[in-house]
Unconditional design. Sequence first.
Length: 147
Amino acid sequence: MKIEDIEFKIENSEFYKNNDIAQLISFIIDLYEGNRIENTVMENDGDMLLFQCGRDSLSKDYFIVDITRQIIPDLEDVDDATDAMQQLSTTFKFLPSETAFALSTTSKWCSALNEVNSFKAFIENSPAFQWATKNNLVKIDIELSYV
């Protein structure tokens, strides 16, 4: 499978169409568990998930909750592999508020299938995720980019 296939599945899911943050994050984690990306080696950190939340670092206009799948192709030349690194980010944006910005900025990586359960638990127990599931979502951005 290619990372573009994962992007397609996310964009066409009912969870995305319904702005269901909890189900969409769960779906993205399930896609990670069940679908390997071609030409990556998990043992070399070639396929990982990142959960992060806090103030939007670019616009500062939103509080964000984000889950990103990062892939690094298994290439002989390390520089070529680094140049080919891609991230598929699903970013949930919320209007800024004192309550949201009072939540601690956090991030956590998942780099192996045996870490998935603890990764899910971390997300579900994070104050930012719990806050996000109870507040109005402004929009969801999905972006595939080279890093």
